[in-house]
Design a protein around this ligand. Structure first.
Ligand code: ADP
Ligand code: MG
Length: 342
């Protein structure tokens, strides 16, 4: 029998206003131990504000936050950060420059005796592949190593939850994938509830057990990455997760028709907006008649602009041959298509 544990952190209807800006508008989100939740949203949508109120750096104007069965925040009531057992890793990592890597990680472990402290520090350094850097000074570390030290330091006190603000945004390309992999396996070994903020949809989907989509201070949708991507609750949620073709469709007797294909529609007759993911359209020998208007090399794929009845859409063509411009046919995968009221 599985028992549903109460969430490590329960955010309920939290609102936070700054002069002229409603940074958080009635946000509800549960963080569960042993799970990684990714908070995805564009710059300025309120992600860092949410981390600050959960960490106790700022009060809430309405709503409440509970953690470990205790009330942490409510209007006029804020348990300070040091009383919350919640760790926070900021975008600027703020390592102590005058302490070595091992001393940075050991910081705040005074309550442990010397052998226990040493054991805890070496366990964390090993977990984040930092053992060989134990005696190094922060300024001699790479960006990825600094990142891992900051996270190891935050986990040292075994917080119930750890909040990470855009932890991978300062890293590029290859390094990003590598650091992410080391960080994630280290985080997964902790029992803490993890909240990772990002504005990168691909990263959010790759990393998250649970995904939360945010826009303009509001939580649009939360669920598994697959569910959010395939069944977005709104056009805004759909667009947050990646490119989407938006085409006007015509619903007639339970079928939505568009120049690129038709899908079943649980909607009244009339116009609707058809959202088609680029990978939902595929050039084929037969199918809807279209014109290939434009082809661009995109590395692992060609980005192809197709046109039919004056409507354009973009698809990603993979495979060895380069599509030619001119008349073509395409098929539409209904699993990658969603309808929204017009
Ligand atoms: P994100 O982290 O998603 O980029 P933030 O939480 O930093 O977004 O900011 C959300 C909104 O609140 C923005 O419009 C920002 O300008 C505003 N804001 C954030 N902090 C403050 C503050 N201390 N005072 C006034 N406005 C703020
Ligand atoms: Mg931010």
């Amino acid at each position: 029998m599985t028992v549903a544990l109460p969430p490590s952190v329960d955010i309920r209807g939290v609102t936070r206003a700054y002069p002229g800006t409603l940074a958080l508008d009635s946000v509800s989100l549960a963080l569960r131990s042993g799970r990684i939740t990714c908070l995805l949203g564009p710059s300025g949508c309120g992600k860092s504000s949410l981390l600050r109120v959960v960490a106790g750096l700022e009060p809430v104007d309405s709503g409440e936050i509970e953690g470990g069965g205790r009330r942490l925040s409510a209007p006029g009531f804020t348990v300070p950060p040091e009383g919350r057992n919640i760790g926070l890793v900021f975008q600027d990592l703020a390592l102590f420059p005058h302490l070595t890597v091992a001393q940075n990680v050991a910081f705040g472990l005074d309550r442990l005796d010397r052998p226990a402290r040493r054991a805890r520090v070496s366990e964390l350094l090993a977990r984040f592949k930092l053992a060989h850097r134990a005696d190094a000074w922060p300024h001699t570390l790479s960006g990825g190593e600094q990142q891992r030290v900051a996270i190891a330091r935050a986990l040292a006190r075994e917080p119930a939850a750890l909040l990470l603000d855009e932890p991978f945004s300062g890293l590029d390309g290859d390094l990003k994938a590598e650091v992410r992999q080391v960080v994630l396996s280290g985080l997964r070994a902790a029992r803490a509830a993890i909240l990772i903020v990002t504005h990168d949809p691909e990263e959010a989907m790759l990393v998250a057990d649970d995904l939360a989509l945010m826009s303009a201070g509001r939580l649009l949708q939360s669920g598994s990455p697959r569910d959010c991507y395939l069944n977005p609750s709104s056009l805004a949620a759909a667009r947050l997760l990646g490119p989407a073709n938006l085409v006007t469709a015509r619903v007639e007797a339970g079928i939505a028709h568009s120049p690129f294909g038709a899908v079943t529609a649980d909607m009244p007759d009339g116009p609707a907006t058809m959202m088609i993911r680029p990978e939902g359209l595929r050039l084929a020998a037969q199918g809807a008649a279209v014109a290939v208007a434009d082809v661009h090399f995109g590395g692992a794929f060609h980005e192809v602009t197709v046109e039919a009845e004056g409507v354009t859409a973009i698809l990603r063509h993979t495979g060895p041959h380069v599509p030619a411009t001119g008349p073509a046919h395409l098929v539409m995968d209904p699993d990658r298509v969603r309808l929204f009221p017009h």
